[in-house]
Structure formats: structure tokens, C-alpha cells
Design a protein around this ligand. Structure first.
Ligand code: FAD
Length: 563
């Protein structure tokens, strides 16, 4: 008998087999955005994702929703303006998931390349004037009420108590926003489903025939059974895999090369207080960020050519050393490798067109119409996923010669409506159920007004109020929601991707994995043997990360003598 949580999957398979107007390939933020835009314009939409939703680059970002300060000195004003507009829109349409955050830019005497601009020696004493101009430009492009300002040293140190005061000449504060990339993707997917889209994870587009009634062969990766999906349009939103997917329909007009960006997760939250820190100068002419996130700090990122498996990019010791070294230049008391609880790497697609010239389209985006009829959406960034989707669906509408204007410009995402009332309601209910304020705030951050339904579930089954780990606010009730409503299928996806426990916990979530497997087994109808296999698969996945952390921490602590 099929477990109730899997019935939705059966229905999705049947719905896809019946045919759609638009089949979207890829369940990261871009594909989710396209599915939502197309569904709200009246298309019957299907979305297939080869692994788990957001399991590619969309779970591995710096989690910023931003204009991109470093593109101001490069005079990419159009791109920055577009991203800032989308940033402010998302703060309005998904207030539970996208929140403004102050960013500090500390400038020390002798700074040589702030924000990637090379300063001749004579200009270095005036670096502050240049940064101020850049930030004024950013404010003008944003046209928002939150503008930058200069901070006194005392103010700067109150936002970033870990900052080194010696040599600090100026500190600026400006605003951008931050998010939870995976939850944002799920909110967009849930909103798309609410508008009729069918979404299916562990469903890989394996072949396609586009002439005379397009059809895509989708492989159900749970059963290994192929499924034929008749469709009128096919949109390729496969991120770093777009070239491979394009090749299913003929020679690809673009090439993708991969560049890896690594982040470290640190448990030194006291370094900053309610603000992110910009590391304004790196040895390779970029900038980096230290961002508070879910009770930890994210430090990133690097930028290195990558040739390995796009599914499993791993941080290296060299990248971890680079990041810690750069951060430590700005700290009063340097931190050692012992501060790291986790690390993750993501891949940027670098795109080259027919003439072979590489251009980093990760800043801009492009909708490519293939001769075969396939449409690929390439480049872009998390912040502008909505605009990327709008531009893609505009092409479908033009092809169909219909009038169907974009409806996502003012569409509140799932969980974003009536947030303040929901927060008050959740606070009252949470208290009566014995939850802490942190746990309730965490639920609001993850589900918005949907937190009230999670609390209702806890009321029915009080044991679900328990956190999976004592020092992190993720509750067992969320695991049940992930099974029943969000299509989670494996223990590894829950631990690594959905709850992030494997990333945020110093022991990679080992302390709760068996209990989590038992509850998932109950929800998804696993046998005891299946439960055991799921635990083993999770342990294999985190082995590489644990080995990396242990070896890096061992080697570095031995050489630096500090933890
Ligand atoms: P992905 O998330 O990779 O999704 C593509 C999906 O397609 C995958 O899930 C994959 O499994 C699926 N797929 C592949 N082949 C098939 C197939 N045959 N059938 C079905 N599905 C398939 N942007 C920001 O705005 N802010 C940031 O702070 C930021 N930080 C970043 C930091 C780093 C290190 C990197 C690498 C990127 C960062 N970005 C940031 C950019 C942003 O993360 C990406 O632009 C965005 O996540 C890309 O989403 P996507 O949906 O296009 O790709």
C-alpha cells in the first residue's frame, strides 16, 4: 500500500503523463520561478527535478539577495539596478524569507584594492571617498529609504565586536538583504503548485523529441521507470547542467565551464552583532562576506576553476585556508580552524557562446531559443530569479501569440501574507505548546504564516515539538511537514538539504539521525531494512565532509597552535 505522503507523487506522475503546456527541466530557484510565472499566466505546467529540489547551486549560495556592490565600480548600472529592484520586491513579497541586513565595509590604512578597484599609492589615503561615492551610487540605484552612512569606530565595533580597531580608518554601513535559498525555492514551488503546477523531484529528463508534438522522456529515479510527457514547450532551467540538457535536443549553442565557490560555516556568532561584514579586499581582487545565518556565520566565497563532478563539489584545504586568512586580517583575535563546523561548495556556470569567448553570464542572464524549439535560461543569480522567469515566459507567450501579462510582480509567495498577525498567533500557540521564542521565530522564518499549521500539527501530536538537536531550533514537526507536503524522499536530503543539520551541527547531525530515520520511515512507509539503508547512505555522504574537517582542523591546529 502506498504511504499517504507518497500519494501526491503518484498523482504528479499521472498528471505529467496526461500532458502539459510547459515542461520545466530543473527544480532549482530558476526552474521554480519559471514554473510559477507560467502557471500564473494560465499555462498547465510540469516541473521535473533530477534529484531533490534546490539540491544544485540553489542550496550553495552566500544567501544574499543583493544588487552586487562590486558591479558598481565596473559601471554595470543596469544589472545592479535590476537586482536591487528585485531585492526590494522580494522583501515585500516574501517578508518571512527575505529580510534587510546591514553590511559593514571596514577600511584600514593602506588599503590597496577596495571592492576590486586597484588604487595607485597616491590615491590610497582617499579610498574612503571612492567607497562613499560607490555607496551613494548604490543608494541612488536602489531608490530605497535605507541609505548608507559612515560609522564612528564605537558604532562599528558595536556591529562587529570582533573587528580589529588598530589601523581602522573608516567604516561604512549599507543595506542589502539575505535569505534561506532552499526555503525560498520551496516557497516559490509551493506557490506554483497552488496555481496548478505539477512538480516532481527525483525525475530526470533523459531524452526529448521536439518535432511533431514534443515529448520528453522522464526517468522516475525511485522506480527507474520511464515516463513520456507530452508538452507544447520545453524550458531548460538546469543551471550548470543546461548544456547537457540542451544536448538532448541537438548541438548546444553555448558551452558551460565551471567555477567553484566555497563557504565555511563558523560557530563564532559574537564576531558580528546583527550585521554582515564585507571583506573589502582579497588577494585575487574580489571581495568576500561574513554573514550571520541561522545562529552561525557563513564565510565566503572563493572562485576557482572546477573540472570535477558537478553533483558533489567539495571544499579544499587551500580554499578554507584562504578564507580564514582573509577574515583574520580584519579580526582583533584571529580565529582558527576549530571555529569551523561545516563547509560547502557550489558551482557557478561560466558561459561561452559560439565564438568561444568566455563571458561570466552569472552577472546577467539570457534566454536562448534553440533551433529545435527548446528554450534555455542561462546565467543570472538567485536575487533575480523572478525577472529571469518573466523573460523566459514572455518568449512562450510571444510564440503562442497570446496576451498574457506577467503576474508575479505583485504576487505574495507562500507564507508571506499577513505575517505580523501570524507571528502573534504563532507566539501565543507556541507558548501554550511549550516552545521557546527561538523555535517559534525559526518556524516563522521557514514557513511564514504557514508556521501556524506546523503548530497545529504539534497540537495533534505533542511529541513533534521536540527539537532534533538540543542547540538548534529545527523540530520533528518540520520533518513530518517535509514528508507530507514538500516531497522529501531521502534521509540524506532531509539532513543535508532541507534541515541543514548536517551543515550547522558540529557533529553533522549524527546525534539525531536514527530518530529522524524512524520518523521518516513512519511517514514514508519504509521497512526496517530501508531505514537502515537510509542511515548508511547519509553516513556515506557526510563521511567526505567529516574527513575534510578533521584533516583540515588537525593539520592547521598543529601548525598554528590555536583552535
Ligand atoms: P540549480 O540550483 O543548480 O538548479 C538546476 C537544477 O537542474 C538542479 O537541481 C539539477 O538537479 C537539475 N537538473 C539537471 N539536469 C536535469 C535533468 N536532466 N532533468 C531534471 N533536472 C535536472 N546568487 C545570489 O543572488 N546571491 C548570492 O549570495 C549568491 N551566492 C552564490 C555563491 C556561489 C558560490 C555560487 C556558485 C552562486 C551564488 N549565487 C548567488 C548564484 C545563485 O546561487 C545561482 O544563480 C542560482 O542558485 C542558480 O539556480 P538554478 O536554478 O539556475 O540552478
Amino acid at each position: 500500500m502506498t504511504a499517504p505522503a507518497l500519494l501526491a507523487r503518484e498523482q504528479a506522475l499521472q498528471g505529467l503523463a496526461a500532458g502539459v503546456d510547459v515542461l520545466v527541466i530543473g527544480g532549482g530557484i530558476t526552474g521554480a520561478g519559471v514554473a510559477l510565472d507560467a502557471a500564473t499566466r494560465g499555462y498547465r505546467v510540469g516541473l521535473v527535478e533530477a534529484a531533490d529540489y534546490a539540491g544544485g547551486t540553489s542550496s550553495r549560495s552566500t544567501k544574499l539577495v543583493h544588487g552586487g556592490l562590486r558591479y558598481v565600480p565596473q559601471r554595470q548600472f543596469g544589472l545592479v539596478r535590476e537586482a536591487l529592484q528585485e531585492r526590494d520586491r522580494l522583501v515585500r513579497l516574501a517578508p518571512h524569507l527575505v529580510a534587510p541586513l546591514p553590511f559593514l565595509v571596514p577600511l584600514y590604512r593602506g588599503v590597496r584594492r577596495p571592492l576590486g578597484i586597484s588604487l595607485p599609492a597616491a590615491a590610497r589615503p582617499f579610498a574612503g571617498i571612492g567607497i562613499r561615492l560607490g555607496l551613494t551610487g548604490y543608494d541612488l540605484l536602489a531608490r530605497s529609504a535605507l541609505s548608507h552612512r559612515s560609522l564612528s569606530e564605537t558604532e562599528a565595533l558595536s556591529y562587529a565586536p570582533g573587528l580589529r580597531p588598530e589601523g581602522l580608518s573608516r567604516t561604512f554601513l549599507y543595506y542589502d538583504a539575505q535569505t534561506d535559498d532552499v526555503r525560498l525555492t520551496h516557497a516559490v514551488l509551493a506557490t506554483a503548485r497552488r496555481h496548478g503546477a505539477i512538480t516532481l523531484n527525483y525525475a530526470e529528463a533523459a531524452a526529448m523529441r521536439l518535432e511533431n508534438g514534443p515529448r520528453v522522456t522522464v526517468l522516475d529515479r525511485l522506480t527507474q521507470r520511464p515516463l513520456e510527457v507530452p508538452t507544447r514547450h520545453v524550458v531548460n532551467a538546469a543551471g550548470i547542467w543546461t548544456e547537457r540538457v540542451a544536448a538532448l535536443a541537438g548541438p548546444s549553442p553555448f558551452r558551460i565551464t565551471m567555477s567553484k565557490g566555497t563557504h565555511l560555516v563558523l560557530d563564532r556568532p559574537g564576531l558580528v552583532d546583527g550585521a554582515a561584514l564585507v571583506i573589502p579586499e582579497t588577494d585575487d581582487g574580489r571581495l568576500a562576506f561574513l554573514v550571520p545565518w541561522r545562529g552561525r556565520l557563513i564565510l565566503g566565497t572563493t572562485d576557482e576553476a572546477y573540472q570535477g563532478d558537478p553533483r558533489t563539489p567539495q571544499p579544499t584545504a587551500g580554499e578554507a585556508r584562504y578564507l580564514l586568512e582573509h577574515l583574520n586580517r580584519y579580526l582583533r583575535t584571529p580565529i582558527g580552524p576549530g571555529a569551523m563546523v561545516g563547509a560547502y561548495a557550489g558551482i557557478r556556470p561560466l558561459i561561452s557562446k559560439g565564438d568561444g569567448s568566455p563571458s561570466e553570464l552569472s552577472r546577467g542572464h539570457e534566454v536562448v531559443e534553440h533551433g529545435s524549439g527548446l528554450i534555455s535560461i542561462i546565467g543570472g543569480k538567485l536575487t533575480i530569479y523572478r525577472k529571469m522567469a518573466q523573460d523566459t515566459v514572455d518568449v512562450l507567450v510571444r510564440r503562442d501569440r497570446v496576451t498574457a501579462p506577467c503576474r508575479t510582480t505583485d504576487l505574495v509567495l507562500e507564507g508571506g501574507a499577513d505575517l505580523e498577525a501570524a507571528r502573534r498567533d504563532a507566539g501565543r500557540r507556541g507558548e501554550s505548546l511549550g516552545l521557546t521564542g527561538d523555535q517559534v521565530e525559526h518556524l516563522i522564518g521557514a514557513y511564514g504564516s504557514g508556521a501556524v499549521s506546523v503548530l497545529e500539527l504539534i497540537k495533534q501530536e505533542p511529541a513533534l515539538a521536540k527539537p532534533l538537536l538540543p542547540d538548534l531550533p529545527v523540530l520533528y514537526a518540520e520533518l513530518v511537514v517535509a514528508c507530507r507536503e514538500e516531497g522529501v524522499l531521502t534521509l540524506t536530503d532531509w539532513m543535508v538539504l532541507r534541515s541543514r543539520l548536517a551543515l550547522l551541527d558540529r557533529h553533522q547531525g549524527r546525534g539525531c539521525v536514527r530518530e529522524a530515520a524512524a520518523l521518516m520511515g513512519r511517514e514514508l512507509g519504509w521497512s526496517g531494512a530501508e531505514e537502515g539503508q537510509q542511515v548508511k547512505a547519509f553516513e556515506r555522504t557526510i563521511e567526505a565532509e567529516s574527513a575534510f574537517l578533521a584533516s583540515f582542523q588537525g593539520t592547521e591546529a598543529a601548525t598554528s597552535g590555536e583552535v
